[in-house]
Design a protein. Structure first.
Length: 158
């Protein structure tokens, strides 16, 4: 790679990094480049409680395509909890050909959050599906569930 092209690419990268909070059109590909804050919402909290119950005390892997109720499958929010370290995905089987494995389990942190034992960052700042920072604001599972869900009812089952 010649030096002028590399310098131009480095300048483009620096420009995107410097302006991604406000958002800009990437000078290389034209795509919108913007970071954003994401909150743990009620569907995420509900789905995490389901995953913790489904996984059990032995932290079994759960195949969402096979085992998840329709509410979890339709919300498509569960996987986002990986940004907080509350769940983890099983490594992809290269023979399956899918983009992701679809097989998840809660982490110990996720179990403690779902049971109301800890608070976690209310927001994560994301860019290109990577965590840039966590908010100093904290949230509990009850706050994340909001008024639409009954915590005790969720623990008893859907």
């Amino acid at each position: 790679m010649n030096a002028p092209f590399r310098d131009t690419l480095q300048e483009a990268i620096a420009m995107v990094e410097a302006n991604r909070d406000e958002g800009l059109e990437c000078p290389c590909c034209g795509q919108l480049a913007r970071s954003y804050w994401r909150r743990i919402n009620s569907a995420m909290a509900r789905d995490l409680i389901w995953l913790v119950r489904q996984s059990g005390d032995d932290l079994s892997w759960v195949d969402l395509h096979e085992e998840a109720p329709i509410q979890v499958q339709q919300s498509r929010e569960l996987a986002r909890l990986a940004h907080w370290g509350l769940i983890e995905e099983k490594l992809q089987d290269s023979e399956r050909g899918a983009r992701t494995s679809g097989i998840w389990r809660p982490t110990y942190q996720g179990i403690r959050f779902a049971r109301g034992q800890i608070a976690v960052a209310a927001y994560v700042k994301l860019y290109d599906n990577r965590v840039l920072e966590f908010s100093s604001d904290r949230t509990t599972v009850w706050e994340s569930l909001g008024k639409h869900f009954d915590f005790d009812e969720l623990w008893r089952g859907y």
